[in-house]
Design a protein around this ligand. Sequence first.
Ligand code: SF4
Length: 412
Amino acid sequence: MRAHVAPFYSSTGRPSIDPELLIRMLIVGYCFGICSERRLCEEVHLNLAYRWFCRLGLDGDVPDHSTFSKNRHGRFRESDLLRQLFETVVRRCMAEGLVGGEGFAVDASLIAADANRQSGVEGAKGLDPELSSRAVDEYLAVLDDAAFGAATPVTPRYLAPSDPAARWTAAKAGPAFFAYSTNYLIDLDHAVIVEVDASSAVRQAEVTAAKTMIDRAHDRFDLHPERLAADTAYGSAEMLDWLVTERGIAPHVPVFDKSQRTDGTFSRDDFAYDADNDVYLCPQGRPLTTRGTLVNDGATLIYRASKRDCQACALKPKCSPNTPVRKIPRSPHEGSRDVARRIATTEAYVTSRRQRKKVEMCFAHLKRILKLDRLRLRGPCGARDEFLLAATAQNLRKLAELIPVQAPLPAT
Ligand code: SF4
């Protein structure tokens, strides 16, 4: 750690606070849900176990709380120290045999930003151009980032002047608030968090973050899962196709499908797809063909029946009562959706669904035990730093729980 941050320290002037001490104190804070840096310094000062962990001895000086913000926003961020720390802990988990690498699960959870919901300004009006702060600079820097500003063209209803990258959003049926999403990619054996990332609190950004994490786990740890368990938010045709054809990962993911009709007329399932001839066959055995033109931003191909067939058909009231011919939409990625549908009928899928709860338990642990239900730092970099530290603390707790250290016997 010291070697990693050494280039960011001056060789002259007053001796600096040891970065290892600061990181050890931060780990204590995140492991035990000590939210305030001022309180953390008091706790480390008084608590002997914390002093032991921080290697301070009985009379070592605890640094001032203001030292943290200088280092967290400066050297630690510039040197990417927190990511190095997280990856070191993941490698240790791998070395201890806690990471199987066969099955992964991905999910995201909303964490409230440090932004007052009452002070939001209307998103359509935009921010005051005079506004200037570190969080505003970070917001401008990620406007074209697919995990933040470029995730969706929809203007948020409100913007937080104190942290504009935080998204105005709401969990199910709850009140709206400003939030970021923390994204976890976990190994299903022992729920070790193998990747973590911050993103805007919208589904498209979370899917982008999932792809980034899968690729990064492969690049950094040479981990390539055979299956990925996730909820419907990750079941879009494009995401399933990316998993199946581009990464060769079995999607244990419910297919995002709105083709079922509820008005008593035939749904798409009632039409059989003939892959050899690229046509659908209707319940009367008549073909529905396509001209290959993509609609809906390239997301859909339309297959049409012949007008002559439909006009003479006895099933027309149950098939296309309001249109001259029946049309069937099909995604260009339908083959990958069919792979996911087939997997959904297997026993392995039932197991994956059960195992997927582990990632939700990680989020529950994060919020209830580590008390990270509201961020303390602002901006995408602040969110990223906090999520990295919290995931590191969770993995360290898992290591301590699963690989108990054999304490030496006291001398007699
Ligand atoms: S209405 Fe057209 S598409 Fe529907 S069953 Fe009859 S022939 Fe087939």
